[in-house]
Design a protein around this ligand. Sequence first.
Ligand code: AMP
Length: 287
Amino acid sequence: MQILHTVSQLRHWSRQHRAAAQTIGLVPTMGALHAGHASLIRAARVSCAQVAVSIFVNPTQFGPHEDYARYPRSFTADSALAQSEGADVIFAPTVEELYPSNASTFVEGESLTHRLDGASRPTHFRGVATVVAKLLIAAEPDRAFFGQKDAAQVSVLRRMVLDLRFATEIVVCPIVREPDGLALSSRNLYLTPSERAQALTLSRAIRQAESLVSTGERRSAALIESARQILAAANSAFPSAPKIRIDYITVVDWSTLSPVEVVAPGTLFAIAVYIGPTRLIDNTILA
Ligand code: AMP
C-alpha cells in the first residue's frame, strides 16, 4: 500500500491506472477509522480495481467552536486498518496541500446545505462539498463511497455531483452499528460510560420509528413525537445521567431534504442530539 501526500501524486496514480483501464474507487474519511469506514473500503474493494482511502481532518467543515483541534487523529492505526481491508493507496494531504494559503474558492450549495445538520452547522456542508470536490478532481474516481450514517451529507454530495457534472458515481453504504445498536462514529470516542449509555437512546428512537412504520403509521408528526418522548423519557428516568439535548428530529425527502408530512418508501427519518458536548446523529430510510 502506498501513502501519498500531494494532489499531484494522487492525480498521477489515478491517471496511471485509468490508462490501464482500471476502475478507481475513492473512500473519503477524516481518519479515526472504525468498522463503518472498513465497510466502505470493502465495498470499494469489491467493485473497483484500485482503491484510494483519503484521511484528512477537513478544517473547513468544522464551525469555530467545534472539535477540529481535538478530533481524534490516529494515522498509524488507520493505515493498518486501510491496508488490512485491501486499500491500494492512502491519500493523507496536509491542510496547506488542500487549502493553499489564502484559498478563497469554495463549493456552496443552495437550500440543501442549510437543512438538517446545515441548520445548526451553517458552514459545515460548504466545507464538506469543497473538500469532496477537491478529492474528486484530484482522484477522478469512477466511484466514491459514503455512509448512510451521514445521510444529509449524501444528499448534498449527490446534488453537487449532478450540478457540477462530476463523472463519479456516489455509492452509499449501510450504517454499521455496535451490537447494542449504537451507530459507529469517530466521535463515540468522546463519550464517557454514562454518556454512551444515554447515546443508546438514539438508536432506540430510530428503531421505534421503523417499528411504527411497519405497523402502518405514516404520519411524520407521530413519528417525531414518539422519538421526542423516548429521548425525554431517558432524560427523566436517570436524572443524574448526562442530558440529551435534541438538535433535530425530522422526516424528509432524502434527495431534497425537505420535510414531508406523510412517509413514503425511501423517506429519511433523522435525529441529531447533543450528549454533553458531543453531537451524535443517526437515521433510517423508512420503508
Ligand atoms: P468520517 O470519517 O466521519 O468523515 O466518515 C467518513 C465516511 O464514513 C462517511 O461517508 C461516513 O458516512 C462513513 N461512516 C461513518 N460512520 C459510519 C457507520 N457507522 N456506518 C457506515 N458508514 C459510516
